[in-house]
Ligand binder design. Structure first.
Ligand SMILES: Cc1cc2nc3c(=O)[nH]c(=O)nc-3n(C[C@H](O)[C@H](O)[C@H](O)COP(=O)(O)O)c2cc1C
Length: 425
């Protein structure tokens, strides 16, 4: 990533008011916001500006570490900031980590190519990993340390709790105290936690979601993003409920419920733990088209029902290139999260992502992210409308080919063109 896009605003001026009625703190506009002037005739093309401002948070680029192993402790989160990620979302924490017991193996890969040979490219990734198994206090001390060392960088705490108002309030207060800039609520982990009415069990039940979002937003004083599960028929419904209940942003998608495969020698499912398995969460390249569809559905709902400037959307799923990210942004995403991509390619991936996104922007002469955010949403319609458009296009092509239908259609002004339209090639 070019040094210019790493520039972090230094000063803080008078605070702008919070969006909505909420009591949440929204960071002030930085004094040194760069005002871009349009390049005049003959002036060199302006370097694309990747910086984004999301729910009042300034990020040098839209690339965010998605909650998971890449945000699991101080060392790796520090690495993410040093490599230039726009923001980091830590691994999901809860009040009592002693209830979180992980197993190994907990990952399984799907490879392209013949018989899933070990040489084939990884296209799908299943995990049965739970949320963080590290003590909350340890994680909070690491958040504090990171914010001390990187005060201008955006650190987001990801949280999940049981169906208990007091527990949610305590968790929010303690995580906020650590100095994080925003909260992402994990309403979407597909395995393990639903048994305790956590994660996807909440994201799949709009009544429960509304109640829990109410508890969260009556206590939170910083922006809250609700992370949605794709394991539901219409993802726009819980997204609508979360926004209506005071959340400032939606993040989508978490992993897709999956069974990676069955070993045809042992007849056992994978990943196999002591001979048994459990359905897990699917991520990586294979989920990207599904994630695009879910983000598109949420963005259409937000565009139709909300003032999109007050709310944010974070696209997640199978991002490995700047072009994958451009697709999410074209569908209305403000930021783009990457989890499995970092597990496969390392933290340096952000440089490639920035370079490729800039290359796309240069090609279309876009100088800011905002110039093309949501630009492709207008090209979605119903299948009935596609049929009508195609029939109309065929009718027009036939009319052109046929030329005039009758001698009475000749005109004086269009006479030469009308003659041409009937000449055979
Ligand atoms: C191993 C692994 C662990 C994850 N842990 C969490 C988690 O603790 N909290 C959470 O909200 N999402 C978690 N996720 C989901 C990711 O943040 C992301 O939503 C999903 O993997 C899709 O994005 P990707 O294709 O870039 O990985 C995890 C994903 C993986 C692969």
């Amino acid at each position: 990533m070019a040094a210019s896009s790493l520039a972090i605003p230094q000063g803080r001026s008078a605070a702008v008011g919070p969006p909505l009625q909420s009591r949440k703190r929204v960071p002030a506009l930085p004094c040194n916001l760069v005002v871009r002037s349009a390049a005049g005739e003959g002036s060199p093309a302006v370097e694309p500006d990747l910086s984004v401002r999301v729910n009042g948070l300034e990020m040098p680029n839209p690339f965010v570490i998605g909650s998971g192993p890449p945000g699991t402790n101080y060392t790796v989160m520090k690495r993410a900031f040093d490599e230039g990620w726009g923001a980091v979302i830590a691994k999901t924490v809860s009040l009592d980590s002693s209830k979180v017991v992980n197993v190994t193996p907990r990952y399984a890969k799907l490879r392209a190519g013949s018989n899933g040979s070990a040489k084939g490219q990884i296209i799908g990734w299943e995990n049965i990993e739970l949320i963080s198994d590290r003590p909350l206090e340890t994680m909070l001390n690491e958040f504090k340390q990171l914010k001390k060392e990187y005060p201008e960088r955006i650190l987001i705490g990801s949280i999940m709790e049981e169906y208990n108002k007091d527990a949610w309030h305590e968790l929010i207060e303690r995580v906020e105290e650590s100095g994080v800039d925003a909260l992402e609520i994990n309403f979407s982990c597909p395995h393990g936690m639903p048994e305790r009415k956590m994660g996807a069990a909440v994201g799949q039940d709009c009544a429960l979601l509304e109640e829990v979002c109410g508890w969260i937003n009556e206590r939170a004083t910083i922006p809250v993003w609700a992370k949605m599960t794709p394991n539901i028929t219409d993802i726009s419904q819980p997204a609508r409920v979360a926004l209506r209940s005071g959340c400032e942003g939606i993040a989508a998608i978490n992993t897709i419920m999956s069974v990676m495969g069955i070993d045809l020698d042992t007849l056992r499912p994978e990943p196999c733990v002591e001979g048994y398995s459990t359905p897990g969460g699917y991520s990586s390249k294979a989920v990207h088209p599904i994630a695009l569809a879910k983000v598109m559905q949420i963005a259409q709902m937000m565009k139709a029902e909300y003032n999109v400037k007050d709310f944010s959307l974070s696209g997640i799923g199978g991002v490995e290139t700047g072009h994958d990210a451009a697709e999410f942004i074209l569908l209305g995403a403000d930021t783009v999260q990457v989890c499995t991509g970092v597990m496969m390619h390392g933290y340096g991936l952000v440089k490639k992502l920035c370079d490729e996104l800039k290359e796309f922007m240069r090609k279309h002469n876009f100088s800011t992210i905002e110039e093309f955010r949501g630009a492709s949403l207008q090209y979605f319609t119903t299948h009935t409308e596609l049929v009508r458009r195609q029939q109309e296009a065929i009718r027009q092509r036939k009319a052109v080919r046929k030329g005039l239908q009758s001698d009475k259609d000749w005109t004086g002004d269009g006479f030469v063109k009308e003659t041409e339209s009937m000449v055979s090639n």
